[in-house]
Design a protein around this ligand. Sequence first.
Ligand code: MG
Length: 161
Amino acid sequence: MFRATIAVRSVCRITPELLRSRGIRGLLLDIDNTLTTHDNPVPAPGVEDWIAQMREAGIALRLVSNNHPPRVEPFAKRLGIPCICEGKKPLSSGFRRAMEDMRLPKKALCVVGDQIYTDILGANLFGVQSIYVPPMKLETTAFFRFKRCMEKPFLPKHFID
Ligand SMILES: [Mg+2]
């Protein structure tokens, strides 16, 4: 339940070939610490080019974030990707809404995210593949430090790249 299907060092390492080999045609993307650092309105270097590459390959994209609309909506608009705010991960409701919007079957979907207990657990509860990426920058709040500590036993040891 806490294990990702695969792990990569950064979203930019996810290639159309990798997705094709796993039958993935749509990505449910986390934002904070996956596409940029926490609450940063600017995508991390390389992310916009990577998104263009995914689009060119025909991969459907949706942002599914637990964060609030004032954080998520401007970021989604900037990237031109539809979003689900307050996605309540690891619950399935946000993923389900995105899936219905994408009109893709579960087997063609994959969650991409940096948190074991929201993104990866959420993907496993929903029944889709997942790609773990390490957080771009570790959070400093006590709550997050606790969460990161609790993730340790389930962090992937093998990264495909
Ligand atoms: Mg995150």
